[in-house]
Design a protein. Structure first.
Length: 576
């Protein structure tokens, strides 16, 4: 480190001389930095050759990096738990904020060539440096680390978290827990508070998944917020087994079983009328059990179709399809694209006293009052197909199938749609036209597909730009044309492309919350005839576009043109 730092500071020596520092003192500082194996910049500070502010200015000029005023920086708004505490102390680095996959950090010695590679390797992010006054940086790092989790006890003594939310975890028997964990009460309490705090804090942050991951020499907790995974905290690896035991007890799992995956559920009560469930899964890994908690918020199904991000024409197609007495509505997209919320929103609209609604799900993610929900259990013979057959003997009006996975389920669902029932379901395909091809490839006759499916919705989730800090993106016309923004039927002067910036409101990310990107394809008589004639997905897509159906890409670009999402985000979630 020292050789690279000293070599890189040759230009700095010239600037020091121009600032009035004698060459003899500069040479002495270089020798001492080598013999003491420390940073040349820190050695200059210790020798008192220049004030810290002046030295930071010279370092900034020599490294051609911005000089950052830490007195104006909001430390609590910085990214928490992204950089390992040991790296922060070793390289004297302060995480400032994160934009997409780029992490901005403040350093006092940018000539240390190991700083950026080490942080990049540990975080998986691109790293950009700014220069800060070494004294101000040291104080800011100490203040920042007060909010980090160098040890388990540090994390547990932080303010906020569970108590602020006034929440209650249900279905945890304290006596059983004590006996099963076989730990002294004073040892259990920190683990219990830590897990409760993580779960409660991640609800506040709007996380969709929380990952507890053991490794050989470290333990990592990550959360997926707005569709992106990021590190939250790194407790000591020695507590890995205790954390796993606590989560398994809460989820009513078998503590003694560590060789097989397990599934469970945790319920957290926010108030007398509102609760949130966590779907919990364990997976045996090389160094212990990885546990993932998926947040299942029933409130997401009650927020209304207007909040999902449909274009007005797409929303009307969905609502019209829901009001039909029969037919099939299919929602498609990859895992994590919001299919479940779209389906549950539709079920909430249909959920009236006059309708008998039954669902078959694996698993039941959100409990809806007034709807008969069945948890699929293949080991007991309760498959999607078996549940559907039973539904049809129970006078249903609306049937929801969690996923059409095989020909048997598809045939029964289509039969239900053809015999006076409204059927809702999902498939894993990339676009609406490909969904039709998937059904045909399963072996469903073209006539049955054409006569039963009424609407297909393909969707993705994209991160919204933070309304508090987004600003216009200066893009040349050729970029707008190449990206397709000038082919939307919108006048060029009305295209308001915005770019993320980062502020305390969005914690430096530039994006806050998510919105849906949709392709809503109605099965018109013309498309039905094309299906019957053996048309492929490309031909179906062309015909649907001629009839006014916006592809996922077009829908995303329309949101870009309105300044709702960034162009980079549209490119991330959709392709041409």
């Amino acid at each position: 480190m020292l050789e690279t730092s000293a070599a890189a500071s040759a230009g700095l020596q010239q600037r020091l001389a121009e600032a009035g520092v004698s060459p003899a003192k500069i040479e002495l500082a270089i020798e001492q930095s080598r013999s003491h194996k420390r940073s040349f910049v820190l050695q200059l500070l210790e020798a008192g050759l220049l004030p810290a502010e002046r030295l930071a200015q010279l370092v900034s000029l020599e490294a051609n990096l911005p000089l950052y005023d830490l007195t104006a920086h909001d430390l609590p708004a910085g990214p928490q738990g992204v950089v390992d505490v040991k790296l922060i102390r070793k390289h004297r680095v302060l995480p400032l904020y994160q934009r997409d996959t780029t992490l901005f950090v403040a350093v006092d010695d940018p000539f240390d060539r190991l700083t950026v590679p080490n942080i990049r390797f540990q975080t998986g992010l691109r790293v950009r440096c700014v220069v800060a006054d070494a004294h101000a940086l040291a104080a800011a790092i100490e203040e920042y680390l007060k909010g980090q989790t160098a040890s388990l006890d540090d994390a547990l003594n932080e303010s906020g978290g569970l108590d602020d939310l006034n929440v209650e975890f249900l279905d945890v028997d304290a006596d059983d827990r004590d006996e099963e964990m076989d730990l002294r009460e004073e040892e259990q309490a920190p683990v219990i508070r830590f897990v409760n705090k993580i779960l409660a804090d991640m609800i506040r942050e709007g996380a969709s998944d929380i990952h507890f991951e053991p490794y050989e020499r470290s333990y990592r907790v990550r959360a997926r917020i707005d569709g992106v995974l990021s590190s939250i905290v790194s407790p000591p690896v020695k507590v890995a087994a205790r954390l796993a035991a606590r989560l398994k007890v809460m989820a009513r799992m078998d503590l003694a079983e560590r060789r097989k995956p397990q599934d469970g559920r945790i319920r957290l009560r926010l108030s007398a009328t509102n609760s949130i469930d966590f779907r919990v899964n364990t997976l045996p890994t090389l160094y212990g059990e990885k546990i993932v908690c998926r947040v299942l918020d029933s409130g997401s199904a009650q927020m209304g179709i207007e909040a999902l991000g449909y274009e007005p024409a797409q929303q009307k197609l969905y609502l019209d399809a829901l009001q039909r007495p029969q037919g099939m509505v299919l929602v498609t997209g990859p895992t994590g694209s919001g299919k479940t919320v779209s389906l549950y929103t539709g079920l909430s609209i249909l959920n009236t006293e006059e309708r008998n609604i039954s669902t078959a799900e694996d698993p039941v993610e959100i409990n809806l009052e007034g709807i008969n929900q069945v948890h699929i259990n293949p080991k007991a013979g309760l498959t999607f197909a078996a549940a559907l057959r039973s539904f049809l003997r129970q006078d249903p009006d609306v049937v929801m199938v969690g996923e059409i996975r095989d020909l048997e389920t598809a045939e029964i669902a289509i039969k239900a749609a053809q015999t006076g029932h409204l059927v809702l379901s999902t498939l894993h395909t990339n676009s609406a036209p490909e969904t039709l091809t998937r059904l045909l490839n399963m072996g469903v006759p073209a006539f049955n597909v054409a006569s039963s499916v009424s609407l297909i919705i393909a969707q993705r989730l994209a991160r919204r730009l933070c309304p508090a800090c987004k600003k216009p993106a200066e893009l040349p016309e050729n970029i707008l044309r190449d990206e397709g923004l000038l082919d939307l039927g919108i006048a060029p002067n009305e295209v308001a492309v915005m770019a993320p910036q980062g502020c305390p409101e969005c914690k430096g990310k530039g994006q806050k919350g998510r919105t849906g990107i949709y392709e809503a394809m109605q099965i018109t008589p013309e498309i039905s005839r094309l299906i019957m004639d053996g048309g492929n997905s490309l031909q179906i897509a062309e015909l649907a576009a001629e009839q006014g159906c916006h592809s996922l890409r077009t829908s995303a670009l329309r949101k870009v043109a309105r300044g709702e999402i960034g162009l980079a985000e549209a490119n991330r979630v959709t392709t041409d």
